[in-house]
Design a protein around this ligand. Sequence first.
Ligand code: NDP
Length: 330
Amino acid sequence: MTETFRAMMIVDHDGKPKAEFRDLTQADLPDHDVLVEVAYSTVNFKDGLAISGKGRIARRLPMVAGIDLAGTVVESRSPDWAAGDKVIVNGWGLSETEWGGYSRFQRLKPQWLTRLPADFTMEQAMAVGTAGYTAALCVLALEDWGTIRPGEGEVLVTGAAGGVGSTAVALLSAGGYRVTAATGRPETHDYLAGLGASGFVDRAALAEKGGALQKERWAGAVDSVGSTTLANVLAQTAYGGAVAACGLAGGMDLPATVMPHILRSVALLGVDSVMAPQTRRDRAWDVLARRLDKAHLASIARTEPLSALPQLAQDIVAGRIRGRVVIDIS
Ligand code: NDP
């Protein structure tokens, strides 16, 4: 109980949020029902914003950062969980309103926990992380919409070399879709081809403001960029197509018109991972278990220590991270 462990915290520094390592004891943790010993976390774009200070993610301070965690239940006041259970948490306000995963121990509400999905180790589940699970939610959104079929037309993935994008490319390709990757990093083409991309678009070509209705190129798309890129993707989506939008790596605005929607029946499907209900999470992890090749997962991920977080945060917000980074908390 008095043993100290290191945590990455966002603290109040002269009225501004600042990231720093602090030593905690279990007595410092929130009074939630399940105590988890965290083995791994990961670095998502949102974690980068929180730690680098480029975005105000923590809504109360001090806050333990880290929106994802994988670990083992140590003790539980809930009948749903017992010591020894292997669990993951994605989202649910961790790092925003609730203490998160960059800490050796964390206390959590029972309803936030998902049993470690079969077929995944804790490290692999964090290689997937919120980014990969969000990619799976996007693929589910497109498939549930029901107008896009494997083999019929191309599906575009924007921000393709990032965490969401890399996993979306892999999942769509494994599902039989022809995938085009939009990336600003030509040096990642081989990597993306290895995940199943068969065509490439320079992201700069999507960043310039274009017409309200452009040549129909995509049966569907997964967009993690937003802004002008999303507006162009919508304007290039074929009649009856759908775009799953989950990100804002290029900006939170959407300078678009209604024309693709009212003249081509194009659907814009919003995807949120943080508060997604448990049934949707289970379906997303099922898609990941069935379609994600473990060799691919290994090729998109690397593992770093907790001490690397400040630099990794700078790198992810600057778009310098390829694929996924797992954080070893032990
Ligand atoms: P990454 O940083 O790993 O990937 C983002 C990718 O977007 C980059 O690799 C880059 O791809 C591209 N990109 C970056 N900056 C720009 C820019 N200015 N213009 C165009 N493209 C750009 O982040 P994640 O994959 O973890 O997250 C992607 C987005 O999805 C983020 O905005 C994140 O907040 C959001 N997200 C949303 C979730 C939700 O619940 N809705 C959950 C998880 C993430 P490339 O190098 O290939 O060009």
